[in-house]
Each structure stands twice: as C-alpha cells, then as structure tokens.
Design a protein around this ligand. Structure first.
Ligand code: PEP
Ligand code: MG
Length: 325
C-alpha cells in the first residue's frame, strides 16, 4: 500500500467527478520538510512555529527565528506555507517561560492570549516572519482566537511591525495574508464579523472538537468517547465553510480530522476544498479522493444533516456510501 500511495505523489488531487481539492500537510520542524516531497503535499497548511521554541533550551533569538523561517520557505520553494504564530501553553509547554500552575491549561493562558499579553514576543516573531518573506507573500495565522477583537489587535501589531521595518529601510512582504484559526466555539457566533477581518480562516479541528464537545483531547479515558463524524460537529463544520462562501473568505481545515479518510470524505461532502493533515495521511486521503464522487456523497451527507427525523449515525451513512461506491 505504501508503494501505491507513493505512486500517487505526482497525481493531481481531483475527485472522480472532477472537483479539485487542495491537500496540504502540517509541519513544525526542519526534519518534517522532506515529507513535502515524499507525500506530494501541495504546501504546508499549518506550520507550528512553537516547536522551534519547545525543543530549544532558551528562547530562539530573532535572527534564529528568521533563519529558521527562511529555511522552511526555501525548502518549500513555490509551494505555499502558512505559519501559525506561537501556540504556547496547554499541551505545548516551553520550559523557559511561564511558571504558574493552571488547573485547566487548555483553557488557560495560552496562544494568542499569552501573545497579546506579551506583545514583544509576538512582534519579534512577526518581524522575523516578515523579514523571511521580504518581497514575497507572508501567510500567517493566529491560534486560539476567542473573540474577533483579538484578531484586530493582532492585525494592529502587525501593521506596527510593517511600519517599523519600513522605517528602518527593510523590505517588507509584498503581501500579507492574516488568518484566524477557528478553535473556540464562541467564534461561531461572531463568524460574519470574523470573516470581515481576516484573509482566511483555518479550522483547528483538534481544539474545536475538544471545546465543542467538552472532551479533553489528551485524556485517553474520554477522548474517543463520542463519534467525531456526528451530526452536531458536521453541522458546525458545514456552517463554517458556508460562512466562508457567503463572505468570500477561504476556509481551510487543519488538524487530525482531515487525516482519516472517512472524516476527510465527510469534509469534502460538506464543502471543504482545502485541508491540511499529517503528511502520512496524504496518500490514503488522496487515494480516497480520486475514487470519490463528491456530488453524490454531498447529497447523501447533506440530506442526513438536514433531516432531524433521521436517527442513523452519519458515520454509518458514510460507511455505507464508501462500500457501495
Ligand atoms: C488543532 O487544534 O486542530 C490544530 C491544528 O492545532 P494543534 O493540534 O497544534 O492544537
Ligand atoms: Mg489547536
């Protein structure tokens, strides 16, 4: 099978009924980069920048950050890379800062919260990213946004950095695309406002599922308790992609949800056309996609989601579709 997947590397990801889907991979370290070629990913849809910080014994200096980002971009060549600003805290601990014990670190001082409280950190990172993408396009997204005001604040910090760099004669990126990760359910109820502020949205399916279901993603006792392709979660994911269509804002999804062929199939069914996943999942997901009739699966899944009297688990609907086709 491994051989079979390797043979698909150069095959363009079209569904059987001709829908073009963008398959990207998640990464976070330089050792991940060869996987771009091995997997046939079209780019890096999620670059977890905190990993450079997690493996270091002290905070990476500005120049180290910049050179790290440059190496990533050099390796990617003309394949796009979306950098995520530091997602420190909770399961992503960095030894040389933060100290306080938190009872609920997943809902604690982390990610964008920490970054906005310690803006020098975020500004240093944004500056390094901008220098690394001077004259090119910088794609950057912010993790764990809970309210639209946070993305406005992040954008304001970014604008300050652009000014700062320009004032000191540095070349700035030709274009900056700022995105928000959708991981906190509250944002679902501020979604049109969010779409008005961002260039793209990326659903962080691991955290969105965790907070949506109130299920600790790191607690094996409960993490598999509920079906991930359930009606409520699929409805939410569909609402997000529809809000993107309505507001003309690209919506992608990263996280493990896209890594399993069955849930990836559900994503294509409800309208996702760009997903980012573990590099090892690209082969299996592409193999599934090539044989998938998206309009057929779409009709079946949407009908199931739209019919409150239908009590059959969506997972079974998907499995039946998969066996019959
Ligand atoms: C996610 O939450 O789905 C995600 C992509 O980010 P991480 O897994 O790094 O929290
Ligand atoms: Mg996350």
């Amino acid at each position: 099978r491994q051989e079979q997947f390797r043979a698909l590397r150069a095959v363009e990801p079209f569904s059987a009924d001709g829908v073009r889907v963008n398959l990207m991979m998640n990464a976070g370290l330089l050792v991940d980069l060869p996987q771009l070629d091995d997997s046939g990913a079209e780019g890096i849809g999620l670059f977890r920048t905190e990993l450079q910080f997690m493996i270091a014994s002290r905070m990476p200096k500005a120049a180290e950050q910049e050179s790290f980002y440059r190496q990533v971009l050099d390796h990617a060549g003309n394949r796009p890379v979306t950098f995520r600003t530091l997602d420190i805290g909770s399961d992503k601990m960095v030894s040389y800062f933060r100290s306080q014990e938190e009872e609920n670190p997943a809902m604690g001082w982390r990610a964008i919260r920490l970054a906005l409280d310690r803006p020098y950190l975020l500004r240093m990172q944004l500056r390094a990213l901008m220098k690394a993408t001077a004259g090119e396009t910088l794609k950057v997204m912010v993790p764990m946004v809970s309210e639209v005001a946070e993305i406005r604040e992040a954008r304001a910090l970014m604008a300050k950095e652009v000014q700062h760099l320009a004032r000191f004669g540095h070349q700035v990126p030709k274009k900056i695309e700022l995105g928000a990760m959708l991981e906190v359910p509250a944002l679902l109820y501020e979604i049109d406002e969010l779409m008005a502020e961002v260039d793209f949205v990326s659903v962080g399916s691991n955290d969105l599922y965790q907070f949506f279901m109130a299920i600790d993603r790191g607690n094996a006792r409960v993490s598999d308790r509920y079906d991930t392709v359930s009606k409520p979660f699929l409805r939410v994911l569909r609402d997000i992609v529809r809000a993107g269509e309505k507001n003309n804002v690209p919506v992608t999804l990263c996280g493990e949800y896209a890594s399993k062929p069955l849930s990836a199939m559900a994503l294509f069914a409800i309208g996702y056309r760009a997903v980012s996943m573990s590099p090892t999942a690209i082969g299996p997901v592409k193999a599934m996609l090539l044989g998938l009739d998206i309009s057929a699966v779409s009709a079946v899944v949407n009908a199931a989601l739209d019919d409150p009297s239908n009590t059959e688990p969506v997972r079974r609907v998907l499995e039946r579709f998969a066996t019959e086709h």
